[in-house]
Ligand binder design. Structure first.
Ligand code: HAM
Length: 460
């Protein structure tokens, strides 16, 4: 078992001093199917990703937005598309006490556009650049990298259209993957699915192609043939996938302008040295896209579980009652990014590591420990003590498990003599110092630059 798996399984079981009484027992309550706890070790990854994302977004002028966990169901039906998997079978939809239909948000683009219209953001200088880091909910079949609650970082650039912007959005995503140390293993695939008019013509051509071949289609794909034949291209049904290979191709139906637009995006990507592959069958699972669509996926694992994806959605704001407004955006799943980081053995520097552990013996020592811990923390030293544990041996075991570099020991003798012992845990040496010298001595050993201070005047 890897260290990660061990930590995740046993995180709160203190084997050793408490005994292994939890071993072999299945606790009566588990997380519901398809969702997971984020334990402290994994939170370090989330925090790390958020920091990188915030930094890159700030550099590019994006501001953070949060929308509610649920929206009126119609927001998604109208935009994501009535025939999509998300709307037909993956939404957590419920009625409130007044019978209004609400849905836990399965994705972030439609809510951000709803907010853009609701708050009159068309009055702001355009483009409006927004990003979010939030949980989303989809009732999908749980499997590796596919959860019913997952976190997504996404950003949307609303109010302007240009092929250079599409390239910029892809560049931002690419830089974030680079910062996270996973860009090398990811492949960018890109397609242009034309404007709404050419999509209609293409949809008709697809219908003509599949009519007469219905017996090879799954029931789901037959339904798609009526509602939105483009979705058949996304099918995971084996016979349909074979049929799809000879289906009419989008690029034969998109307009001259769309083709030129696409060529420009590709040219910018080459200029930026972002490797890509073109994929004619890439349509993405949401109906609001037009023109550029793209996805990043792990080459070794294939295109099934994309690590991030996005595209242009020029018609979405209008669908939500706004003026026709061009827009483009991108979203990536944090769980999939973290899995990729772990596969690539990316180490996350942790700020959570403690500096000092205080071990004490006897009532008087405990009385001295509490203000000492407080004083250490006030000076920027991350300190803790197992004040409820009586035996010093057990306290030291805990200090060992926290991998602290230093331990302060206060026993009855030290109380009597007004002293404390500082133990260097890496080499096991001990030094006795006067009690009022403990804090300066620890600061000296840790180093001023490693102290952990919150600076309230630092810009947020
Ligand atoms: P999406 O492709 O549905 O696009 O999701 C974006 C990313 O979220 C995926 O590439 C994947 O990493 C992650 N993801 C999706 N579903 C799951 C799941 N069940 N479990 C774990 N991770 C998942 C969108 O949602 C669009 N709103 C993206 C976008 C923003 N397009 C324009 N702007």
């Amino acid at each position: 078992m890897s260290a990660d798996e061990k930590t995740n399984k046993n995180l709160y079981v203190e084997d050793g001093d408490e005994g292994d009484e939890n071993e072999g027992r299945v606790p009566p309550f588990q997380t519901p199917k398809g969702v997971h706890d984020i334990l402290p070790h994994d939170h370090e990854y989330y925090t790390y990703i958020k920091k990188i994302v915030r930094h890159r977004c700030r550099q590019a002028g994006f501001k953070r937005i949060s929308t509610p966990i649920f929206e009126y169901t119609e927001v998604f039906k109208r935009t994501v598309g009535e025939a999509t998997d998300i709307v037909t079978k993956e939404m957590y939809t419920f009625e409130d006490r007044k019978g209004r239909s609400l849905t836990l948000k399965p994705e972030g683009t439609a809510p951000v556009c709803r907010a853009y219209v609701q708050h009159g953001m068309h009055n702001l200088p355009q483009p409006v650049e927004l990003y979010y880091i939030e949980p989303f909910f989809r009732y999908e079949r749980p499997q590796a990298g596919r959860y019913r609650q997952f976190w997504q970082f996404g950003f949307e650039l609303i109010g302007e259209t240009d092929s250079a912007l599409d390239a910029q959005v892809i560049l931002l995503a690419y830089r974030i993957y680079q910062d996270l140390g996973i860009a090398d293993g990811l492949k960018l695939q890109i397609n242009n699915i034309g404007d709404l008019e050419s999509r209609k013509v293409y949809a008709e051509a697809l219908r003509d192609y599949y009519y007469g071949k219905e017996r090879y289609l799954s029931d789901e794909d037959k339904a798609r043939l009526q509602k939105n034949p483009l979705r058949i291209l996304d099918s995971k049904h084996e016979d349909t996938m074979i049929l799809n290979q000879s289906a009419p191709k989008f690029k034969d139906f998109i307009s001259k302008e769309s083709k030129e637009y696409h060529e420009e995006v590709l040219m910018f990507l080459r200029d930026l040295k972002i490797p890509y592959v073109e994929n004619d069958n890439l349509v993405r699972g949401l109906d609001y896209y037009n023109q550029t669509v793209f996805e990043f996926y792990d080459e070794k694992k294939g295109g099934q579980n994309s690590v991030g994806g996005g595209g242009r959605f020029d018609g979405l704001i209008e669908l939500l009652g706004g003026q026709p407004t061009p827009a483009i955006g991108f979203g990536m799943g944090l769980e999939r990014v973290i899995a990729q980081m772990k596969r690539n053995k990316v180490r996350v520097p942790s700020k959570d590591d403690l500096h000092v552990f205080i071990a004490q013996l006897g009532k008087e020592a405990k009385r001295l420990s509490i203000p000492l811990i407080d004083k250490l923390r006030e000076k920027g030293i991350k300190a803790m003590g197992a004040l409820g544990k009586p035996a010093i041996k057990n306290q030291l075991k805990i200090a060992d498990r926290f991998k602290v570099p230093y331990c302060v020991l206060i026993g009855e003798t030290e109380v009597r003599e007004g002293k404390a012992i500082i133990r260097d845990m890496s080499v096991g040496t001990q030094t006795t110092v006067a009690f009022d010298k403990v804090v300066p001595e620890i600061i000296k050993r840790i180093g001023e630059k490693n102290l952990d201070f919150y600076n309230p005047s630092e810009p947020v």
